[in-house]
Write a protein that binds this ligand. Structure first.
Ligand SMILES: Nc1ncnc2c1ncn2[C@@H]1O[C@H](COP(=O)(O)OP(=O)(O)OP(=O)(O)O)[C@@H](O)[C@H]1O
Length: 421
C-alpha cells in the first residue's frame, strides 16, 4: 500500500486546477473583460448612492458567469466597505428549486442570515404572497443597497412569480438590484415580456469560449498549479507558457477537445485536471497527449454512466429492449419488434405501456444522449426509412448502472441476465 506524504508530485497547488468554484476562484477573467465592463456599468450607480440596475446574464454552461459576477460584486463590496457605504450582496443558487416558492423561502433565509448570521431555518407553510411580504420586510430591515443574485434561475420553469413581483416590490429606503443568471437560452426567450423588460434592464451575454481563449485559460490555471510551469507575459498566457512537466501538445489538445464539445471552461479544466492526476497517480514526471486522451475517455464514460443512472422508468425500459436484442444476438431489430418486447416488459412489472410513437421518442432521446447509436436506412424502394438502434456502451455498463428502481431490476434479473449465460 502507498503511504501518504512520501511521494513526489507534479502539482504544487492542486486546488488551482480544480474546477469546483468553492475550491478555487480565479482573481481575474481577462477573456470576459467586455462582459464584466457591462456589469460594472450596471452596478456603478451603487457607488454614487443610486440604485444599481437589474441585469439578466445569460450564456451556455461553464462560461464564467458565476465567477465573473462574484468577482465584480466582491470588488464592489470592497469599495463599499472602504467608503462606509451600506451594501449587501445575497447569492441564491436556484438549481433544484422548481418553483418560485422555493426560491422565495431560500431568499428569506439568506436575507435573515445577513442580519443574524448562518443557521437560519427555511420558512415553511406560507403562501407566496406572505413570503413576498417577508422578503420585503427583510430587505427593509437590512436597508441600504441590496444586490440579489438569482443563479440558475431557469430552474423555476414557467413559474415566474418571483421574477415578476420582486423587481416591482419597492421596499422602503432600499436600493434593490436583481441579477438573474441562466444557461438556458430557451428560458430567456420564453419569459413574459414584462418580466424580461424589468429584470433585463441590462442584458449581458457570455458567448462560448473558442479554443484560443480556452488555451489561455488553461495556461493560467496550469501555471501555479503545476511544478516548474510559468507564464512569461500575462497578456499572452499560452504563447509564453514555459513548463517542464507539460508536453507541448497537452494544452492545445485539451482546448481543442473542450472547444469541440461545447467551449465550456469547466469541462476544459476538468479534463486537464484529470489528465494531470492520471500522470501524477502513476508517478510520472510529465503529462502527455496520451494522458489527455485517457482522461477524455474516462470523463465521457463517467458522463454516460451518470446519464444511465438518472434515466426515468420509460426511457430505462426502452434502453433495456435494445440491450435485450444485443444480448440475444438480434442484429438491429425494427422499432416495432422492440416495442413488442417493451410491452412484454411492462406486463411483467405491471406498468402501463406507452404507444409505439412515444416509445420511438424515448429511443431517440437515448440516441441524443449517446447511450444508443441510431442508424437510419431505407427499407428498399418506395418503402420509406427505418431507424435501427444499437447500445453505444457495454451491456455491463447498462446493467450495472440501472439499479435504482426495483421494477427495472426485476426486468434485468428475470428477463435479461438469464439470456447472458
Ligand atoms: N476566463 C476564465 N479564466 C479562468 N477560469 C475560468 C474562466 N471562465 C470560467 N472559468 C472557470 O470555469 C468554471 C466554470 O465557471 P462558472 O461556474 O463561472 O460558469 P457558469 O457560466 O456560471 O456556468 P453554469 O451556467 O454551469 O453555472 C469555474 O471553475 C471557473 O473558475
Amino acid at each position: 500500500m502507498r503511504s501518504f506524504g512520501d511521494e513526489d508530485s507534479i502539482f504544487v497547488d492542486m486546488d488551482r486546477l480544480n474546477p469546483n468554484t468553492q475550491t478555487y476562484q480565479p482573481k481575474s477573467l481577462p477573456e470576459r473583460e467586455a462582459e464584466l465592463d457591462q456589469l460594472h456599468s450596471a452596478l456603478r450607480p451603487a457607488t454614487m448612492g443610486s440604485t444599481p440596475l437589474n441585469a439578466f446574464v445569460f450564456g451556455p454552461t461553464g462560461q464564467g458567469k458565476t465567477v465573473g459576477i462574484s468577482l465584480k460584486t466582491s470588488q464592489l463590496q470592497e469599495y463599499a466597505d472602504e467608503k462606509g457605504l451600506e451594501l449587501h450582496v445575497v447569492h441564491v443558487r436556484c438549481k433544484g428549486m422548481d418553483k418560485s416558492y422555493h426560491v422565495m423561502t431560500h431568499l428569506v433565509k439568506k436575507l435573515r442570515e445577513k442580519r443574524f448570521g448562518p443557521g437560519e431555518e427555511l420558512p415553511s407553510g406560507y403562501q407566496k404572497k406572505t413570503l413576498l411580504s417577508m422578503i420585503i420586510d427583510e430587505l427593509e430591515a437590512i436597508g441600504g443597497t441590496v444586490i440579489v443574485i438569482l443563479d440558475e434561475i431557469d430552474a423555476i420553469g414557467n413559474d415566474d412569480y418571483i421574477l415578476y413581483e420582486l423587481p416591482r416590490a419597492e421596499p422602503e429606503d432600499v436600493r434593490l438590484s436583481i441579477i438573474g443568471i441562466t444557461n438556458d437560452l430557451q428560458f430567456r426567450e420564453n419569459l413574459d415580456a414584462d418580466v424580461r423588460s424589468s429584470l433585463g434592464e441590462d442584458e449581458i451575454e457570455f458567448a462560448p469560449y473558442d479554443a484560443n481563449q480556452l488555451r489561455d485559460i488553461l495556461a493560467r490555471r496550469a501555471a501555479g498549479a503545476l511544478r516548474d510551469t510559468e507564464i512569461g507575459d500575462k497578456d499572452r498566457p499560452f504563447a509564453t507558457l514555459e513548463s517542464d512537466v507539460l508536453t507541448d501538445d497537452v494544452i492545445p489538445l485539451t482546448s481543442a477537445l473542450a472547444a469541440q464539445d461545447s467551449g465550456d471552461a469547466r469541462e476544459a479544466i476538468k479534463l486537464l485536471f484529470r489528465a494531470c492526476r492520471f500522470a501524477d497517480d502513476d508517478g510520472e514526471s510529465t503529462i502527455t497527449e496520451q494522458h489527455v486522451r485517457n482522461a477524455h475517455e474516462y470523463l465521457e464514460q463517467a458522463a454516460v454512466e451518470r446519464g444511465i443512472q438518472s434515466l426515468p422508468l420509460q426511457r430505462a425500459l426502452a434502453l433495456l429492449t435494445v440491450t435485450h436484442a444485443t444480448i440475444s444476438g438480434t442484429d438491429q431489430p425494427e422499432t416495432k419488434d422492440l416495442h413488442n418486447l417493451y410491452e412484454v416488459f411492462c406486463e411483467h412489472i405491471d406498468t402501463r405501456a406507452i404507444s409505439e410513437r412515444r416509445f420511438r421518442d424515448k429511443l431517440n432521446d437515448l440516441a441524443d444522449s449517446s447511450i444508443l447509436a441510431k442508424d437510419t436506412r431505407g427499407r428498399g424502394q418506395g418503402l420509406g426509412q427505418t431507424n435501427r438502434y444499437e447500445v453505444e456502451v457495454k451491456v455491463e455498463t447498462v446493467l450495472d448502472n440501472l439499479t435504482d428502481d426495483s421494477r427495472i431490476e426485476a426486468v434485468i434479473d428475470e428477463m435479461l441476465r438469464p439470456r447472458m449465460d
